[in-house]
Design a protein around this ligand. Structure first.
Ligand code: MTE
Ligand code: MO
Length: 536
């Protein structure tokens, strides 16, 4: 593990300065007085909708954090630059320094995470972690929207939203007490929060949650390669990813403080407030509340269990619920973001294993002169094309940002034949809906790391015809090298990297993917339970 000293300073020094200032104030002029509460005519108590949304929020936050950490461990490095050059991380959650003298793929780089922390735990389970992350986020955001609507609909917003700048000195006065371990007399939270508490709750609801929601999509290839300005708001895709992580840290820090204060400032009474909505000394709230926490733990365990025992069912649930929403929000616009030559990444991670079959080795031995791309399936005109034939059909060069499902990115210049040209030549029958790409290489079985089964993947005809979908034989103005997919690889800029089959052997147009291997649409979908739509 390694964290950049600059970033630690940037994150920790403001807090240390505030604490130092609190001690100085206490030492020099004594503790500030806590302003008496102006008992405004704000609503009091904790109505049922508030208690329920608070609980649902807690459940989905645990699922989101655990699956998010699992996703992070699939590429346990955070960067400020979009190129993800090893050595430039500001946070490295792996002891591995990327060896430069031998092949170290992005998959090799993924780390083990205990299933007590991660959902679902262990190594390279990003596919399942994403299903839980996306399923949870839909419910978490839905619940959050319901909460905010009810907050403003009932007048309870007055308890959270500060209406005057006076909140700042008031919150400061409370902070000086906490920081110097002088717990002030707490107001009864049933009727009113202290200023710092109000400010903290306000920030969690109206700053942290929106930040989490906005930085998530900055990692989407469909969104960011359509609207190039989107990831520029945080800085770039990797800064968006880093902020997404820091927001998670802030949520965790808040939960720790919040729970500590709930326990210290009258645990039994506070639990009655938020669990049963009463303001008294009875133990009911505490008992029911602890049971409720137990249920959240149980549901988390069930999520792990489902991921390990019924991964296909989880994958299909996500396909039924997440894919239509993802498709409607992200899959419609065609990608268009192109970059400048000076933006090209100095380093580009490699994924997947080189083909080991004799056919590819023989082709590689004489520079792919005998390579013939076969196009088959539901086409009027099946074709076999050499690299020269492909070149003659037309060439396009594009400089684009690659998004790997694991989290890394990189910019490269690609040259090749727009897939639309090839499709036109092959003349698909009207029944053709999906384009399947078969590789010379084998996929790597997840969890065991053993190679097994032909790597392949598929695209909807619509994504196949996007102007930035390319059969590339050049990378960064050089013939495509072996590691990056020679002789031919796919570029499909509104989708994640695993869709971009390298070392393409053949293309087939089909009506649907159900009859191919395990029927999920690709090697990673079949064996690693990835979602077949990869727009984010
Ligand atoms: N045949 C084959 N193609 C593949 C893969 C693979 O394992 N086998 N990995 C995919 C993944 S996950 C990514 S991110 C990209 C990586 O392309 P690169 O190695 O050129 O960076 O290739 C994709 N194409
Ligand atoms: Mo990837």
């Amino acid at each position: 593990m390694r964290i950049s000293r600059k970033v630690v300073l940037l994150l920790v020094s403001p807090l240390l300065l505030l604490i130092a200032a609190a001690y100085i104030q206490w030492g020099v002029v004594g503790l500030p007085s806590i302003p008496a509460l102006a008992l405004a005519a704000e609503p009091s108590g904790f109505p049922a909708w508030l208690r329920i949304t608070h609980y649902i929020n807690f459940l989905f936050l645990t699922l989101l954090i655990r699956s998010g950490l699992q996703i992070l461990m699939d590429h346990p490095r955070l960067y400020g630059n979009v190129h993800c050059t090893p050595g430039t991380e500001w946070l490295r959650l792996t002891p591995v320094e990327v060896p430069m003298d031998r092949l170290w793929t992005a998959k090799d780089d993924s780390r083990h995470l205990s299933p007590w922390i991660g959902l679902p735990g262990y190594r390279h389970t990003v596919g399942m972690a994403r299903h839980w992350h996306f399923l949870s986020v839909l419910f978490w955001v839905g619940n959050g929207v319901a909460f905010v609507v009810l907050l403003f609909g009932t007048g309870h917003w007055q308890r959270l939203v500060p209406m005057s700048w006076q909140i700042v000195p008031d919150a400061w006065a409370v902070f000086v007490h906490y920081a110097t371990f002088h717990v002030p007399t707490e107001p009864n939270g049933f009727y009113h929060y202290n200023a710092l508490q109000q400010l903290a709750y306000f920030a969690v609801v109206f700053i942290l949650a929106p930040l989490a929601i906005l930085t998530g999509p900055s990692m989407s290839p469909a969104l960011t390669n359509r609207f190039k300005w989107y990831p520029v708001i945080p800085g770039n895709r990797q800064i968006g990813r880093s902020i997404h992580f820091l927001v998670m840290c802030a949520f965790l820090a808040f939960v720790v403080m919040h729970v500590t204060m709930v326990v210290l400032s009258g645990f039994v009474r506070n639990m009655n407030h938020i669990v049963v909505g009463t303001d008294g000394p009875s133990p009911v709230g505490l008992i029911v509340g602890l049971l409720g926490i137990g249920v959240v733990a149980l549901l988390n365990a069930l999520a792990n269990w489902a991921a390990w025992k019924h991964p296909r069912a989880v994958q299909h649930a996500s396909k039924a619920i997440v894919s239509p929403i993802m498709g409607a929000l992200l899959d419609r616009p065609a990608p268009q973001a192109e970059f400048r030559r000076e933006d090209v990444s100095p380093f580009f991670w490699v994924n997947g294993n080189l083909p080991t079959c004799d056919e590819w080795k023989a082709l590689a031995a004489d520079g792919f002169k005998n390579y013939r791309l076969k196009v088959r399936g539901l086409v009027e005109n099946p074709v076999d094309l050499s690299l020269d034939d492909l070149l003659a059909l037309g060439k396009k060069t594009q400089i684009t940002l690659h998004h790997c499902i694991q989290g890394w990115s990189g910019i490269a210049a690609w040259g090749g034949l727009p897939l639309a040209e090839l499709v036109k030549l092959a003349q698909p029958r009207s029944s053709a809906k999906v384009v399947v790409f078969y590789s010379f290489s084998e996929g790597v079985e997840f969890s065991t790391g053993i190679a097994g089964g032909q790597y392949y993947d598929s695209l909807s005809l619509k994504d196949a015809l996007n102007p930035l979908t390319l059969l590339a034989y050049e990378m960064n103005y050089q013939p495509l090298n072996h590691l990056h997919g020679a002789p031919l690889r796919l570029r499909v800029e509104n989708q994640l990297g695993f869709k971009m089959v390298k070392w393409i052997q053949a293309i087939e147009l089909v009506e649907d993917v159900k009859s191919i291997n395990k029927g999920e649409g690709g090697y990673a979908e079949d064996n690693e339970y990835f979602g077949e739509l990869a727009s984010i």
